[in-house]
Design a protein around this ligand. Sequence first.
Ligand SMILES: [Zn+2]
Length: 327
Amino acid sequence: MEKDQANSVSLEKIVALSKRRGFIFPGSEIYGGFANSYTYGPYGVSLKNNIKKLWWKMFVEDREDIVGIDGPILLHPKVWEASGHTSGFNDALVDCKECKKRFRPDHLVEEATGEDLEGRLDDMKRVLDERINCPSCGKRNWSAVRNFNMMFRVPLNTTGSTDEEITYLRPETAGAIFIEFKNVLDSMRVKIPFGIAQIGKAFRNEIVAGNFIFRLRELEQMEIEYFIRPDAEWEPLFEAWLSLQESFAMALGAAPENLRRKEHPKEKLSHYSRKTTDIEFRYPFGGFKELFGLAHRGDFDLRRHAEVSGQPLEYFDSEKMSASCHT
Ligand SMILES: [Zn+2]
């Protein structure tokens, strides 16, 4: 783990200052607090709105090839079945049987060994049992390592139905972008390549958070899906999008030395992804962590929504666009 030499200010100081000066307050504080929730205070919300405005200007208003939408947080549950979130949007978790605290076993293993065992539950359990004590109580008595779906379930109060009907709080904003692809295409006369952008809340039932507003259960995303032809040269475009993301971070005041690119190794890519690169920022806790992600997702999303919905996405069929970018 990198030392945060470039940051002389500790996270504790930032948290305290943010509260004192009206930027960010701990959530539900008068009820003793509520883990991982925060309120943006009067200055905080202005700052956040300015960031969103700058992003919207740079990526939507100033460009001819990107349009915006604002989709719902609650979508048809089949959206998440098609995208793979219902079955595959999981984090591993483990409980300390002594103090009952819950941890991300992949994080504990990586901190102790430097090894990334994401997805390998048995291997994580073995390493935990062999050599890792509970960071909270110091004992070593681990539960089984198991997967936990990170989507928040929402029961729907459907009239006349006795079956439990549920949907989910959206875990990312991209779902609405893909399912409105054809409506945007039919109404806006856009031509490939083009992108659809959205800013909004997304929800992830993170097991352990704790680094202030980094990795909250309720977060705000700024996402773009950019559609290109399958025969387009995507590498220069991918590079251009990385540079754009870096320019945006620097426009917000990030120093270049606090930014770096991290390409995901081939063996860890989703089967549909040709390339995924994160732009990381050096945070005042634990060093470099993801700030933006950029993924070449092929035709996975539109093809899956066409399959699961039974609605032909005709333009997709004839043109077979193949890439999208998460920002
Ligand atoms: Zn413990």
